[in-house]
Ligand binder design. Structure first.
Ligand code: ADP
Ligand code: SF4
Length: 675
C-alpha cells in the first residue's frame, strides 16, 4: 500500500535550530511511571516509538536537582553522571529509530515535597505544595543563582547524554510558574512585580540554556496559550509573554492552563483537537515552530492542523502510547491498522499510582524491555487449533494475537455482537470511544484467514469438548453482583428487597428503574457515576451514594474525578458521601455513616448496586474442576473470567496468554539502574 499524497505534509523534515526533525510527528513529554527508576524499560519504550516513525521523542518531566523530587511518582532525573548514563540509553534508543530525542528539564518548586531526597522544597515564597503538610522555603538571590546553575548543568548533562532538544518548562504549576504568578509572587526584587520581572527567571533559563547547549541542541519551551488562571497569569499575559520570549526558543510546545479539565481530559469530557482554537495564534505570536496536542488519531485532523498554519508538528502523548507505529501506518497507507487511543487515561493513572505505564489499547506498552514484546509483531507459534470462548476485550485480543501467530482460531460468543463489556459500556454516556477496543480488533481479525468469529452461540462444556481444539481459552467475563458484596460489604448487604434492586448489567441491557433511584457506588471508578448520569438524563430523580468521600474516588488517578463530580451536580444528581447501605426494603434505604455508623435514611423506589463483579467461570470450572490436572487439552481462563478488573487488564491478559501459548515459561528480568 502507498501513502495518500494528502498526508505527505506530515512527513516533511523541519529544522529546529541546529537539529532537523525528520517529520512532523512529535511525541511531547509524557509521564511513564518509569522515570529514573526503570531506565532500560524507559529506553526500550521510547525507542519503540522512534522505530514506529515518531520524528521527535521526549522524556517525561526530568528533574534537574534533588530539591525537585516528586516521590512517589517516578519522575525522570538528571541530577548527576549516573542519571546521565541512564538517560543516554533512551537517547541512543531514540536515535536508532532515526528520531530526535528531547528532554524536559523540570523543577517542581513548591509543588513537590521531596519525600525521598529530604531537601527543602524551594519556591517563590513559602507555601504548601500539592498534598503533603510541608511548605517550601522562600528562594533568596543565592537560591536563584544556584537554581540557574543547576539548570545549566542539567542542560550540559542532557547534551552529553545525546539529547537533541532541551526544554525550559514554565507551565503546569511548577517553579517557574510560581514566579510568573501575580498572586503567588509577592517579591519586591527584580523577580517580582512587572510582567518582565515575573518572566525574568524563565527568560534567564532560556538564554542560559541556549548559551550552554544551543550550538548542538534545539531549545524548546512548554507554555500555556491561555494563561495559568486569571488570578495568576492572564490570557493576555500569556500572549504578551509568547511575543516577548518567542525568539528565545527554537520550538514552542503549547499547552493550556486547565491540565485535567482540558489538556489531558478523557474522551468522556473532551474530543479530538480540543485545543485547536486556543493554540491558533501561537505561531504568529512566537514566530517559531509550534507543536501542540489534541489526542490526534485521525490523519485528516493532523493534516488540517498543519495546513491551517496552526501547528508545525502534530504533538501526541496518548496516541503514541496506544500506537507507537501510528506514523508508519500513515506513511504506508495502512490507516485501518491504526490502534486509536480511547481517551481513558489508564496510562496516566498508573504513573499516578507509581507504577509503570500501561495502555488499554496497546497491551505491549511498558513490556518492550521486560517481556520483549513488540507492538506490531509476534513470534510464529508451533501451529494447532485454539477455541476462544467469549469475544470481549480479552477474547478478541487473544484471538487476534493467536491468528497473527499462525494458529487456527475459532472465536465464539453467545451475543449477536462482539465486544462483551466494551460493547455494552460504550453505549453509556461519554464512553462511545471505548468501542475502539472492539472495532480495532474485529477489523484486524477479519483480515486474518485463520480466525473465524461465530456469534450467537453459547457454548456448554460438552460443546467445548466436542469442538476438540488443541487449546481452549475461556474469556467468558464477569457480571455485577446483586447482593452488595464488595469492598465495604465483605458478606454482602443482608436486607435487600430483591425486586427493586438493579445491577449495572440490568441497566446496560435496557432495564431502567422508574421513580426515585439511588445508585450506590462501592466500586468507585466510573461505572456508578456514569449510570447516575444516564438515569438523570432519562428523567429519573437520582441520588448517588458512595462509601468514599467523593464521587468516583478512583478516577482521581485518571484525572476525571473533579469533572465527574461537577457533571453529576450539574445534572441535578444529589450526592451523599461516606455512607454505606445498611438495608433497603423497596421504599426506604437505610444508610450508615462510614466513620461513626450513625444511621440515616432516604426514600427511593429502586437501588442500583455498583459494588463488585463475580467472574463467569462456571464453564471453566466445569471443564477443569477445582483442582485442575494436567490435561491433554490446554485450558486457560483469561480476562474478567479469571480476574475482574480494568479493560486494560483483560486486553493484557488475552495478549499474554496468546503470545505465550506453546512457549516455554520465561522469567521476566527486573530492571535495575545501570550506573
Ligand atoms: P473480558 O473483559 O474478560 O473480555 P467480557 O465480559 O467483556 O470479558 O466478555 C465476555 C464475553 O463472553 C461476553 O461477550 C459473553 O457473551 C461471552 N460468553 C460468556 N459465556 C459464554 C459462553 N458460554 N459461550 C460463548 N460466549 C460466552
Ligand atoms: Fe489512550 Fe487509554 Fe491507552 Fe492512555 S491508556 S493511551 S488514554 S487508550
Amino acid at each position: 500500500m502507498t501513502m495518500d499524497s494528502r498526508y505527505s505534509i506530515l512527513f516533511e523534515p523541519l529544522k529546529l535550530g541546529p537539529v532537523t526533525a525528520p517529520n512532523r510527528f512529535y511525541q511531547v513529554p509524557h509521564c511513564t511511571g518509569m522515570g529514573h527508576a526503570l531506565p532500560q524499560t524507559l529506553a526500550a519504550m521510547r525507542g519503540m516509538k522512534a522505530q514506529g516513525g515518531w520524528g521527535v521523542v521526549c522524556t517525561e518531566y526530568c528533574s534537574i536537582h534533588p530539591t525537585s523530587d516528586d516521590q512517589p511518582h517516578p519522575f525522570a532525573a538528571i541530577w548527576d553522571d549516573g542519571d546521565r548514563r541512564n538517560l543516554a540509553l533512551m537517547a541512543d534508543a531514540v536515535h536508532v529509530g532515526g528520531a530526535l530525542a528531547g528532554v524536559e528539564l523540570w523543577h517542581g518548586g513548591s509543588y513537590v515535597a521531596n519525600l525521598a531526597s529530604r531537601e527543602s522544597p524551594i519556591g517563590v515564597r513559602s507555601m504548601p505544595g500539592r498534598t503533603e503538610p510541608i511548605q517550601s522555603r522562600r528562594m533568596d538571590r543565592r537560591d536563584i543563582r544556584a537554581f540557574r546553575r543547576w539548570h545549566r548543568d542539567a542542560a550540559l548533562r542532557a547534551r552529553d547524554a545525546g539529547f537533541d532538544i532541551v526544554y525550559v518548562y514554565p507551565t503546569h504549576g511548577y517553579l517557574l510558574t510560581e514566579f510568573m504568578s501575580r498572586t503567588l509572587n509577592d517579591r519586591s526584587d527584580e523577580y517580582g512585580g512587572s510582567l518582565d520581572n515575573r518572566l525574568r527567571l524563565a527568560r534567564e533559563l532560556l538564554e542560559e540554556t541556549r548559551d550552554a547547549v544551543g550550538d548542538r541542541c534545539a531549545v524548546a519551551v512548554r507554555f500555556s496559550a491561555d494563561g495559568l488562571g486569571e488570578e495568576h497569569f492572564s490570557v493576555d499575559e500569556s500572549r504578551e509573554a509568547m511575543e516577548r520570549l518567542g525568539p528565545l526558543a527554537d520550538v514552542w510546545d503549547i499547552v493550556v492552563g486547565d491540565y485535567y479539565g482540558e489538556e489531558m481530559a478523557t474522551s468522556r469530557f473532551v474530543q479530538e483537537a480540543s485545543l485547536e482554537a486556543k493554540v491558533a495564534d501561537a505561531k504568529r505570536l512566537t514566530g517559531r515552530p509550534v507543536v501542540s496536542v489534541g489526542r490526534f488519531t485521525s490523519p485528516d485532523t493532523m493534516v488540517r492542523q498543519l495546513r491551517s498554519g496552526r501547528l508545525d508538528f502534530v504533538g501526541a502523548a496518548r496516541p503514541s502510547i496506544a500506537d507507537p507505529f501510528l506514523p508508519t501506518k500513515i506513511r504506508e497507507g495502512r490507516l485501518e491498522d491504526i490502534r486509536e487511543c480511547i481517551g481513558c487515561n489508564i496510562c496516566y493513572a498508573h504513573n499516578y499510582r507509581g507504577a509503570a505505564l500501561r495502555c488499554t489499547q496497546n497491551p505491549t506498552m511498558g513490556e518492550e524491555w521486560r517481556s520483549g514484546w513488540h507492538p506490531e509483531s509476534v513470534p510464529a507459534g508451533p501451529g494447532g487449533s485454539v477455541l476462544v470462548v467469549g469475544a470481549g476485550p480479552a477474547g478478541l485480543e487473544a484471538a487476534l494475537t493467536l491468528g497473527r501467530r499462525g494458529y487456527d482460531v475459532a472465536l465464539v460468543d453467545a451475543e449477536q455482537e462482539p465486544g462483551g463489556r466494551v460493547s455494552r459500556e460504550s453505549r453509556l454516556p461519554g464512553l462511545a470511544e471505548w468501542a475502539r477496543v472492539r472495532d480495532y480488533r474485529v477489523g484486524q481479525i477479519k483480515r486474518l484467514p485463520g480466525v473465524s468469529l461465530y456469534l450467537g452461540q453459547s457454548l456448554s462444556a460438552q460443546d467445548v469438548r466436542d469442538f476438540g481444539a488443541d487449546h481452549v481459552l475461556i474469556a467468558t467475563g464477569a457480571h455485577w453482583r446483586r447482593d452488595g458484596r464488595g469492598r465495604s460489604h465483605a458478606g454482602g448487604i443482608a436486607e435487600l428487597a430483591d425486586a427493586a434492586v438493579y445491577t449495572p448489567d440490568d441497566l446496560m441491557r435496557g432495564t431502567i428503574p422508574e421513580g426515585a433511584v439511588v445508585v450506590y457506588d462501592d466500586d468507585n471508578y466510573y461505572m456508578g457515576a456514569v449510570l447516575a448520569l444516564q438515569l438523570a438524563r432519562t428523567g429519573r430523580t437520582v441520588t448517588y451514594v458512595t462509601s468514599e468521600g467523593r464521587v468516583a474516588a478512583w478516577s482521581l488517578y485518571t484525572g476525571e474525578q473533579e469533572a465527574t463530580q461537577s457533571q453529576l451536580l450539574a445534572n441535578g444528581v444529589r450526592v451523599v458521601v461516606n455512607s454505606l447501605v445498611a438495608a433497603f426494603d423497596g421504599t426506604r434505604l437505610d444508610l450508615a455513616c462510614a466513620y461513626s455508623g450513625a444511621s440515616s435514611h432516604l426514600g427511593c423506589d429502586a437501588l442500583v448496586l455498583v459494588t463488585s463483579r463475580e467472574p463467569d467461570e462456571s464453564l471453566y470450572r466445569t471443564l477443569v474442576g477445582e483442582d485442575p490436572a494436567d490435561d491433554a487439552m490446554h485450558i486457560q481462563a483469561i480476562g474478567d473470567c479469571a480476574q475482574p478488573a480494568l479493560i486494560a487488564h483483560a486486553v493484557y491478559s488475552g495478549h499474554k496468554a496468546a503470545r505465550e501459548l506453546g512457549n516455554a515459561a520465561r522469567a521476566t528480568p527486573r530492571d535495575r539502574l545501570v550506573v
